[in-house]
Design a protein around this ligand. Sequence first.
Ligand SMILES: NC(=O)c1ccc[n+]([C@@H]2O[C@H](COP(=O)([O-])OP(=O)(O)OC[C@H]3O[C@@H](n4cnc5c(N)ncnc54)[C@H](OP(=O)(O)O)[C@@H]3O)[C@@H](O)[C@H]2O)c1
Length: 265
Amino acid sequence: MQKVAVITGGTSGIGKSLVLKYANEGYAVVFTGRNVDRAALVVAELGERPHLALELDSAKMEDNRKMIEATIEKFGRIDVLICNAGISMRALFEDVDLDVFKKLMDINFYGAIYATKFALPYLLESKGSIIAISSINGWRSTPARTAYSSSKFAMQGFFEALRTEVMTRGVHVLVVCPGFTSSNIRNAALNADGKAQGESPRDEKKMMTSDEVAERTFKAAQKKKRDLVLTFEGKMAVFLNKIMPSRLDKMIYNMMKKEPDNPLK
Ligand SMILES: NC(=O)c1ccc[n+]([C@@H]2O[C@H](COP(=O)([O-])OP(=O)(O)OC[C@H]3O[C@@H](n4cnc5c(N)ncnc54)[C@H](OP(=O)(O)O)[C@@H]3O)[C@@H](O)[C@H]2O)c1
């Protein structure tokens, strides 16, 4: 029987790489996103492989319900749910419009909650996997990313609790924390007024690729791992935060201060 993977935010970056990876591994893939032009490019890459592309907004509860209903109607089962859709921000908390904060929580946190809520009955049936794409910011916050870090901490709190609710019933929960990964996320990140900043403040060429994140995620899910923390820098941040958090406060401030046009004072 063909397995089915549902991936939120599959039109770009890590989500797109996950769609192609799971399709290459023989899964039927369902993915969402709001950008129909980019979705069409992914559909073209998938070719004849079984798929369903859905123009849906992760922030909307009803869109998540539709995503699961459409999956069941077309493929009849769900084996893997990947909560990947997400956006970032870059502004000091004192300057940021609170709508930006709400938008990030709605997409990054509530989007994952809604998708999981509607998919869970089918995952309990298939004894499947839930994969949460969090961030190093889910372990350690950084300045000028208050909303982003909060959304990822919330996500990790939720999935930690859910894991222990379902672990005796065959459902596996993996939390993936990518470090800096080359993608569209920094171009799409919202500034204090809620506008996409339109360019990346970092050298994307030096980052891990989305394809590598997808490869490592797939392997970790096959091994039913609990957590996957990526990049050397990311692993160091998580480790140093446990043993010397105050020192890391200064290191992170100095690192973020080096970003071009950073808002730090
Ligand atoms: N890149 C990094 O350095 C990095 C590091 C750590 C964690 N992450 C996490 O990895 C995940 C993927 O990010 P990425 O780096 O691949 O960024 P990306 O290239 O900007 O991709 C983001 C994806 O999320 C989708 N998305 C955003 N808002 C959505 C919404 N309201 N409804 C449906 N889909 C939505 C986008 O689709 P549409 O635009 O078509 O809606 C796109 O497919 C995010 O959760 C992010 O926090 C990324």
